[in-house]
Design a protein around this ligand. Structure first.
Ligand code: PXP
Length: 276
């Protein structure tokens, strides 16, 4: 029996009861702030974007307060904390200044990501083994403040186990390599074998995560055109999607773009099993 998207703490209980939850959509609004910052002005406002995304059916609003404040700034983070009515997910590094802000805002969820100054976007997953002690410490402090912690990681067994051992409640599997296999950087056709291989890694990561009791999300590079096979994998709790939705929103409006992505996810779910 499908049920509506649930807050993370109820999600595992529902699965334990044999109830399948539909996959929630977290809309990443960073790209709206990127356009604002291109002019150093006040528009477009990512806080308005969050409202439009909620009106379009977003289950979660995701933002990344980076150390260099290249898009979302402190004012945005504070206002999002005060105004978002659905789940709020703060992507963040484990830098102490950012941890302190998260402890003040107390979003429903924090997704811990690696952060490099030069990167265009988050490039790879967090290395939970190399950063284990800091990960465990930050996870404990956030959890004590009532923030559910998710780690953004590559779909690798040792990373999944380390995230669970560090006390994370959830993981977000990095789908960027899959996205690049579907639409190779620099052009050219999709490599069917590479696509199948990346989907296999994601499916295995999903199973491994569920096995060790983690809630499993996915994100990065997901689009209207590549979401179907991932949405057909049973067990995901949430997808975090930014660029593709904001790009479409320029032509259709954000609420419409969010609703269309939710439809694409529902269509993928309806094909569960057909892509394996
Ligand atoms: N998940 C994480 C952890 C991210 O860092 C990002 C990019 O900010 C996303 C999801 C969304 O990626 P995209 O903009 O490619 O949809």
């Amino acid at each position: 029996m499908p049920i509506a998207y649930l807050p993370i703490r109820l999600y595992n209980a529902a699965l334990d009861m044999g109830v399948f939850a539909v996959i929630g959509l977290g809309v990443n609004i960073d790209h709206v702030a990127t356009v604002r910052q291109a002019r150093g002005t006040v528009e477009p406002d990512p806080v308005w974007a969050a409202v439009q995304a909620e009106l379009g059916g977003a289950d979660c609003i995701t933002f990344h307060l980076r150390k260099d404040r290249r898009h979302i700034n402190d004012r945005d983070a504070e206002l999002l904390g005060q105004t978002v009515r659905c789940k709020l997910n703060m992507e963040m590094s484990m830098d102490e200044e950012i941890v302190q802000i998260a402890l003040k805002i107390r979003p429903a969820q924090a997704t811990l990501v690696p952060e490099k100054r030069q990167e265009l976007t988050t490039e790879g997953g967090l290395d939970c083994l190399a950063n284990f002690d800091r990960l465990a410490e930050v996870t404990r402090r956030l959890a004590e403040a009532g923030v559910s912690v998710s780690a953004f990681i590559d779909p690798q067994a040792e990373q999944i186990q380390a995230a669970a051992k560090a006390g994370c409640e959830a993981i977000e599997l990095h789908t960027g390599c899959y996205a690049n296999a579907v639409l190779p950087v620099g052009g050219g056709p999709a490599d069917a074998q590479a696509v199948a291989g990346e989907l296999e890694k994601i499916a295995t990561g999903l199973d491994d995560g569920l096995q060790v009791g983690l809630v499993v999300h996915a994100g990065h590079g997901l689009t209207y055109l590549n979401i179907a096979p991932v949405a057909a994998m049973t067990g995901f709790c949430e997808f975090n999607i930014g660029h593709s939705i904001i790009a479409r929103a320029m032509f259709t409006g954000l609420a419409n773009a969010v609703a269309e992505m939710k439809n694409a996810i529902r269509e993928g779910e309806a094909n569960a099993g057909n892509f394996e």
